[in-house]
Design a binder for this molecule. Structure first.
Ligand SMILES: Cc1cc2nc3c(=O)[nH]c(=O)nc-3n(C[C@H](O)[C@H](O)[C@H](O)COP(=O)(O)OP(=O)(O)OC[C@H]3O[C@@H](n4cnc5c(N)ncnc54)[C@H](O)[C@@H]3O)c2cc1C
Length: 438
């Protein structure tokens, strides 16, 4: 590593953005990417840096009422390579930012290849370096040998290889006239869960909907082994009409305040972040298609107007228990010479991965320069995502997450729902301005 200030492993969305930020700050970067050395992941098709493995969309570009649009805007303000090349290679997509995937990846690759501070080496790295400043940005499909090394360094159960995602609902979209707070048998605080009750008729209809619902088909390598603890809800439904009613949907020990009795079945939600804005549907990991999830889960009493911060899914996905393992600037607490960035930290999506790469690059650049870079305020999209990953999220239920307004500190006081998104984004812009000025 002599002659370099930092080693970045992985030239995807996050590693490319981190390399750019460091190089622009005047630091010498060695960027190791295994594609191009005879290695490939199961999803990539080329040896280009920042290749988009599936859709060509960076999602909404609306910075006034959408959290990912706001993230675009903040990244542009911080000189993001991914957003610059995204804007150059934009294709028509309404209010979304979609890109010509080949032109985009070629543009990122050329910008990094031509940068005098960056050396790109096509090589596979198999162990976490014991010393030397390093950013690991090897993504959801991290090469297995390196994943083993990361697993050894972080400890048992700290690195997952599959996600099993249950939908997450914004608390303020749950109808509390129908649902109520209570934990089963009044354990814990007695009201740790939100309960949505179902009558027999409603349960049978819901069960039929789960059986009939259209499921996502995965390619061979994406198939997820079903562990008993994270069985998809529709697979449980297939085992028998009462399996769910004696499993995650059991009504025993819960007193519906409207009837004074245990409901026939129940859907429970558990708090998913410290501020209590997001609630996780317990046991509802699923392979149902997204539109089907929204339609079916809105038939659950109390969730008729549910807004989902995240929908369910099961995928191959290598990610860390970051809220426990990483400090506020993405360093591994047990080995602070190493930072993690991108989807391996448990963010989800192209833009979020690049955003966390951008922050890792900026934190490392400040450290090399001997200056202190405070994390962006939680009111910003960058800060909300970062704090979710580095401590705000519930550790036990930690699963990959897109940026959304539920990660932001709630807006205090009574506000009209229609105005709220604009209030989040106006507040974020003011906070980012102050942070940049400081
Ligand atoms: C199949 C699939 C489809 C997805 N579809 C979408 C989508 O449509 N939209 C969306 O927003 N997000 C999608 N994602 C999620 C995610 O946003 C992307 O995977 C994103 O590319 C993550 O960025 P990253 O930089 O963290 O990882 P990546 O972009 O995957 O980059 C990691 C890089 O590290 C390299 N690497 C791995 N191990 C080593 C090693 N040991 N040594 C050297 N190099 C190594 C890889 O070759 C790769 O280039 C998808 C993910 C998967 C797996």
């Amino acid at each position: 590593m002599s002659g370099y200030d930092i080693h970045i492993i992985g030239g995807g969305l996050a590693g490319s953005e981190a390399a750019w930020q460091l190089a622009q700050a005047g630091h010498k970067v060695r960027l190791s990417e295994m594609r191009g050395s005879g290695e490939m992941t199961p999803a990539h098709q080329s040896d280009r840096l920042a290749e988009l493995v599936c859709s060509n969309s960076f999602r909404s570009d609306d910075a006034d009422s959408n959290a990912v649009g706001l993230l675009h805007q903040e990244m542009r303000a911080l000189g993001s390579l991914i957003l610059t090349q995204g804007d150059i290679h934009k294709v028509p997509a309404g209010s979304a930012l979609a890109v010509d995937r080949d032109g985009f990846a070629d543009g990122v690759t050329a910008a990094l290849e031509q940068h005098p501070n960056i050396t790109i080496v096509r090589e596979r790295i198999d162990t976490l370096p014991a010393e030397g400043r390093t950013i690991v940005a090897t993504g959801p499909l991290t090469a297995p040998v390196l994943a083993e090394s990361i697993g050894r360094a972080t400890g048992k159960d700290s690195l997952a290889f599959f996600d099993a995602i249950a939908p997450i609902v914004h608390r303020d979209s749950i109808d509390m006239e129908t649902a109520w707070f209570q934990s089963r048998w009044n354990k814990g605080s007695g009201k740790d869960y939100i309960n949505c009750p179902m009558s027999k008729e409603q349960y049978l209809e819901f069960h039929a909907g789960l059986m009939a619902g259209e499921k996502t088909e995965f390619r061979e390598w994406e198939n997820v082994p079903y562990f008993e603890g994270c069985m998809p809800v529709e697979v449980m439904a297939e085992r028998g009409v009462d399996t769910l009613r004696y499993g995650p949907m059991k009504g025993v020990g819960l007193d519906d305040p409207r009837t004074g009795r245990w409901p026939y079945a129940v859907v429970q939600l558990r708090q998913d972040n410290a501020s209590g804005t997001l609630w996780n549907m317990v046991g509802f990991q699923t392979k149902l298609k997204y539109a089907e999830q929204v339609r079916l889960f809105r038939t659950i009493p109390g969730l008729e107007n549910a807004e989902f911060a995240r929908l369910g899914g099961l995928h191959r996905n290598t990610f860390l228990r970051s809220p426990e393992l990483l400090d506020g600037t993405l360093r591994l607490k047990s080995a602070p010479n190493i930072r993690f960035a991108g989807q391996i930290t448990g963010c989800e999506g192209y833009v979020e991965s690049a955003a966390i790469g951008m922050l890792a690059g900026r934190f490392a650049a400040a450290e090399i320069a001997g200056t202190d870079l405070p994390p962006p305020p939680r009111e910003t999209a960058l800060g909300a995502l970062l704090s979710h990953i580095t401590g705000e999220a519930e550790i036990e239920t930690y699963q990959p997450m897109n940026v959304n307004f539920g990660l932001f500190p709630p807006i205090e006081g009574r506000t009209k729902k229609a105005d709220r998104k604009r209030m989040y984004t106006d507040r974020a812009r003011a906070a980012l301005k102050d942070w940049l000025a400081a």
